[in-house]
Design a protein around this ligand. Structure first.
Ligand SMILES: Nc1ncnc2c1ncn2[C@@H]1O[C@H](COP(=O)(O)OP(=O)(O)OP(=O)(O)O)[C@@H](O)[C@H]1O
Ligand SMILES: [Zn+2]
Length: 711
């Protein structure tokens, strides 16, 4: 395993002539350069072999700017004329050198997701390290701008892999013990395969991860382990459990809400091999970890693992590749596995380990009751049954959670006179009325505007907020239960620094009676005092168009239901619905993921949808839909030509169509879906198509998403 060394600040050296050129990956879109790799001459360094350059972060001039890049290869020749070939400006010793495995990972991602190497590789660095202007020349040496203090702090740290200070784990239940033994056994196999830990909510998966990882870390004094969680707001609780078990010095977290200085130090600690336990959100899967020995992906089904900007990848899938590449164990944990993972476990491709009971003895899955809102008197969205359960919960000194997956006050501001609603001018969407800011917000493009005094169409001054969001629910609840301590948790409160932390701390301290929250709250949290959950207004999800909608809704409901009754006290869940006959409820009432998954997989198999097929989706955006469709149709013709020429016979090229939400951010969007029952056929086709698309030389924005989240 690699030793940990501290880097000196690197000298800036002038160029020399050389027999070979270096290939440097830069973060430019694929529409500019298919590969994202550019040739440079080496600058003068103490190393003699071109191999010594591999994996170094460097500063180079590109156009009129200095930019940061990675050296990913070298070659004997270049097409760049000698007088045009520029030399590398400096080697950035602030970035630990990447090893061959990491370069291979980046290559795999670029190929699989059809993007440039630099587009994949550069986001692996904290912003301060990939921004050329942050590097300043002082006395012939490079110094870091904003990161200077962080660098000093890191330089003062011990360079060796951090020692663990291990605390004893909990005494495992029989079931946990058995699963831990199975996982340990699986880790002995000569060829590792992913292991699915399918455990109901509250079954003690986290404790198993901790004890499993303790074993891995004890095996080797340098070993590093990576724990992925889907959401930043899950990191504080998880971090606390990790540091309590492994010691403060051994654990770092990596996510985008850290301040730049902490982010830098944590990045150095992780990428140098110093930190032993790395807790991160999806972006951390790109971090170089020289001694990586095991990976855990918690809530593996969660859609937050999909990167939706820039290179669109699934961090879960990249984690699986990374484990495969290094032949190290990977555990995928979930109470509601993704159907892809479940299918792989059913067919024996992945190991399967099941926890059917709650970890705390006596704790049971909560009783779930459906309330037919057609047949009951509703008061401000709350049924009589729900109100009376909340009354009882309050009287018992316990906590209730109301799940309302829509933030803001009301989703529509409606003119009672002419029926006009307030729509976003840039998106095909209504603007949501927010009472806290007294503004209309577009949840798609972020536009905000003042609430109009009167209807723009007819002048009527009486505009009505219609429908319910979390803010309105908060108001209703507080009016109804005047003495109750009510807290709302949704994405809006996270904008104020520290507010989320305070709210979560209040809840954990048992100082909250009624919690109102969106899906942000639904997962992962462990509050023993929470006994009652009310689910409001999820009917929209029953009839959504996307084929993954039932899977998402089932997972979301299982998660939110799973927050109730985790301690010694029985839980009670009330779901309000206008469609009590919908088949999904049968599985929910029975807490039966397996029957749900079997039904859903049968549908997918019949329709030839993932995991029984692979998808790639072209998305095109233009000011006018006509132009977007024109490009998508040209892309379709190009695809058909490639199939004619190369004979990729199993591919289906669908028609180019406007996207379901056509307008967004003042752009109109079209899409084109390509399907194949065999992933390898689709993968073989994509590079040809990507090259053809680049040839179309359009100024429109377009990209291809491999394994798209939604179609
Ligand atoms: N062996 C054990 N003995 C006693 N308590 C345990 C044991 N294992 C876990 N617990 C406790 O049970 C509760 C639930 O465990 P944990 O949060 O790990 O469940 P989980 O399976 O990760 O749940 P979820 O999927 O809902 O997040 C926690 O309070 C945890 O401390
Ligand atoms: Zn908008």
């Amino acid at each position: 395993m690699a030793a940990v060394v501290h880097h000196e600040m690197s000298p800036i050296l002038k160029s020399t002539s050389s027999q070979w050129v270096l290939q440097v990956a830069l973060d430019v879109p694929v529409s500019v350069s298919n590969t994202g790799v550019f040739d440079y001459a080496p600058c003068e360094v103490e190393w003699s072999s071109p191999d010594d350059w591999l994996g170094r972060a460097v500063l180079v001039s590109f156009g009129r700017q200095q930019v940061v890049g990675w050296v990913v290869g070298h070659a004997a020749q270049t097409d760049v004329p000698a007088d045009k070939l520029k030399a590398i400006s400096a080697v950035l010793a602030f970035v630990p050198r990447a090893d061959g495995m990491w370069l291979q990972l980046i290559r795999f991602m670029a190929r699989y997701y059809q993007r440039g190497l630099g587009e994949v590789a550069l986001p692996a660095l904290p912003t301060a390290l990939r921004t050329a202007s942050q590097f300043q020349e002082v006395d012939g040496r490079l110094s870091l701008g904003v990161g200077k203090q962080a660098w000093k702090k890191w330089q003062a740290m011990s360079v060796a892999p951090a020692p663990l200070s291990l605390s004893a784990g909990l005494l495992l239940s029989e079931e946990q013990e058995r699963v831990l033994a199975q996982l340990t056994q699986a880790a002995q196999a000569p060829r590792q395969s992913p292991q699915l830990l399918f455990g109901i909510t509250g079954s003690g998966k986290t404790e198993i991860y901790l004890q499993y990882l303790a074993g891995v870390l004890a095996n080797h004094p340098d070993a590093q382990v990576l724990v992925l969680v889907p959401e930043i707001n899950l990191t504080p609780q998880f971090y606390a459990r990790l540091t309590a078990r492994f010691g403060d010095d051994a654990v770092v977290s990596l996510h985008s809400k850290l301040n730049e200085s902490t982010r830098l130090v944590n990045f150095w600690r992780a990428s140098s091999g110093h930190a032993r336990v790395i807790l991160g959100t999806r972006l951390s899967i790109l971090t170089q970890l020289p001694n990586l020995a095991a990976i855990v992906v918690d809530e593996e089904h969660d859609s937050s693992y999909r990167q939706q900007e820039g290179v669109r990848y699934s961090a879960r899938d990249v984690a699986i590749y990374r484990a495969h590449q290094l032949n190290i164990p990977i555990i995928l944990g979930s109470a509601t596995p993704s159907l892809e993972t479940w299918h792989a476990a059913q067919t024996g491709k992945y190991g399967l380990h099941i926890l059917r009971q709650r970890a705390i003895s006596g704790a049971k899955p909560p009783a779930v009751q459906l309330v037919d809102t057609n047949k009951t008197i509703m008061m401000d969205g709350l049924s009589t049954a729900l109100r009376s359960v909340i009354d009882k919960t309050l009287a018992a000194g316990k906590t209730s959670l109301l799940f309302q997956n829509r933030r803001g006050y009301a989703p529509v501001l409606y003119c009672g006179h002419c029926g006009a609603v307030n729509d976003c001018t840039a998106c095909s969407a209504h603007m949501v009325y927010h009472q806290t800011t007294r503004l209309l917000h577009c949840h798609h493009c972020g536009t905000q505007k003042r609430v109009p005094k009167a209807c723009a169409s007819c002048g009527n001054a009486d505009l009505l907020p219609v429908g319910q969001g979390t803010q309105r629910l908060e108001e209703t609840v507080q009016n109804h239960w005047k003495a109750a301590r009510v807290r709302r948790i949704d994405a809006d409160i996270t904008r104020k620094k520290g507010q989320l932390e305070t709210q979560l701390a209040d809840i954990a301290a048992g100082e909250v009676d009624i919690i109102i929250g969106t899906q942000m709250l639904a997962k992962g949290h462990d509050w023993p005092n929470l006994t009652t959950v009310g689910v409001l207004d999820v009917d929209g999800g029953l009839f959504a168009q996307d084929y993954r909608a039932p899977e998402r809704l089932f997972a979301q409901l299982q998660q939110v239901i799973g927050r109730a009754g985790r301690g010694q006290h029985a839980g009670h869940v009330i779901i309000q619905t206008t469609f009590p006959e919908h088949p999904l409820w049968r599985h929910i009432l029975a807490h039966d993921y397996e029957s749900f998954a079997a039904d859903e997989l049968a549908v997918r198999a019949q329709l030839g949808l993932p995991p029984f097929a692979a998808h790639a989706l072209l998305q095109v955006a233009a000011p006018r839909i006509k132009d977007a469709l024109e490009f998508a149709n040209a892309a379709r013709t190009a695809a058909l030509n490639i199939i004619d020429e190369h004979g990729f016979d199993t591919l289906t090229i669908n028609a180019a169509v406007p996207m379901q939400m056509m307008r967004k951010n003042a752009q109109e969007r079209a899409q084109l879906l390509i399907e194949s029952p065999q992933r390898s056929k689709l993968q073989a086709f994509l590079p040809h198509w990507q090259a053809a698309l680049t040839q179309l030389k359009s100024r429109l924005t377009w990209f291809v998403e491999v394994d798209p989240a939604e179609i």
